[in-house]
Design a protein around this ligand. Structure first.
Ligand code: GUN
Length: 297
């Protein structure tokens, strides 16, 4: 039997609807959540992601602005702008799109954002709070993974979750979220990486397998347990002459083979991707409520 396809698009639409209603209520109390997005340069993927984030803000009712600096902008100019935005009460969330040009230190830029306005949850203060079990916001992609699982009826509680990949963006924060002692988490989590021995043996022991290592179609059918739930965080551009653009997107799993064996799996595209943008909206709203003390219960 073929696996259930976990549509991040559908779950995203459901969450956005909830957020939209929340924003409507906040607006009645005089609060319009605001998000400012900053980009340096014209990286094609970044341009497209930011357009998506702007459109989704509008859909949910969040006020958003996009600031674009030329590629050669000095780091000091970017830091100065962030200092201004930290003080600007219109904006409850600040996002600096990554990657930044090489002459700019990503760490210095992330550190310059007021942790209360850190919509991505990349600031070390917020990463630390998550790790000690006192989270403020949650990082968007891993939070999206957790929401897909919960809302599809596959709560990670008590399950063995195996995460492949230890990036600061995905693997590590997902680990931190899923080991929290709270509903929708409380899982036993194993993180695999390039130093892992006997990878297939470990991945086969997963009730829930998360592929987040950035290797196209790496996870094969013989690496998963029958009946497992698989979440594919990978977004890899591969050449595809059948497409007008000349390329297609594939995940970190061999989707076609796995879907004949597993209980449920997310597709690429249309799986985790749409959730990332939605959880950014979630964070902006939560940040606005925390900063103003205005909330809708
Ligand atoms: N670049 C790729 N993904 C992300 C993200 O989630 N946030 C930011 N700021 N930049 C990114």
């Amino acid at each position: 039997m073929s696996a259930k396809i976990l549509s991040g698009r559908e779950i995203s639409a459901e969450v956005r609807q909830e957020l939209k209603q929340r924003v409507e209520k906040l607006k009645m109390k005089g609060l319009t959540p605001g998000l400012v997005m900053v980009r340096v340069g014209e990286d094609a993927a970044s341009v497209s992601y930011m357009r998506q984030k702007g459109k989704t803000s509008e859909e949910v009712g969040i006020y958003s602005e996009t600031i674009v600096f030329p590629e050669e902008t000095p780091e000091e100019a970017l830091l100065k702008k962030i200092a201004e935005l930290n003080k600007d009460h219109k904006f409850h969330g600040i996002l600096v799109q990554l990657p930044l040009p090489r002459h700019i230190s990503q760490d210095r830029v992330i550190n310059a954002i007021d942790p209360m306005k850190d919509a991505d949850c990349f600031h070390p203060v917020n990463v630390g709070r998550l790790l000690i079990g006192d989270p403020y916001l949650l990082p968007c992609t891993p939070h999206g993974v957790q929401q897909i699982l919960i809302r599809s009826g596959y709560s990670p509680e008590g399950k063995h979750v195996v995460i492949c990949g230890r990036s600061n963006l995905n693997g590590k924060p997902l680990f931190a979220i899923l080991i929290q002692k709270r509903a929708g988490a409380n899982a036993t989590v194993t993180v695999c990486h390039t130093g892992t021995k006997n990878l297939p043996e470990i991945t086969r022991s997963a009730d829930i397998l998360v592929a987040a290592m950035g290797s196209p179609r790496f996870i094969k059918a013989n690496m998963v347990k029958e009946g497992a739930v698989v979440i594919d965080v990978g977004v890899n551009r591969i050449e595809d002459p059948s497409k007008k653009s000349g390329f297609g997107l594939v995940g970190d799993t061999d989707f076609e083979a796995l879907k004949e064996k597993v209980e449920a799996i997310t597709p690429v595209p249309g799986g985790v991707g749409p959730m990332t943008v939605t959880m950014l909206m979630w964070n902006t709203i939560m940040a606005a409520e925390t900063q103003t003390g205005i909330t809708v219960g």
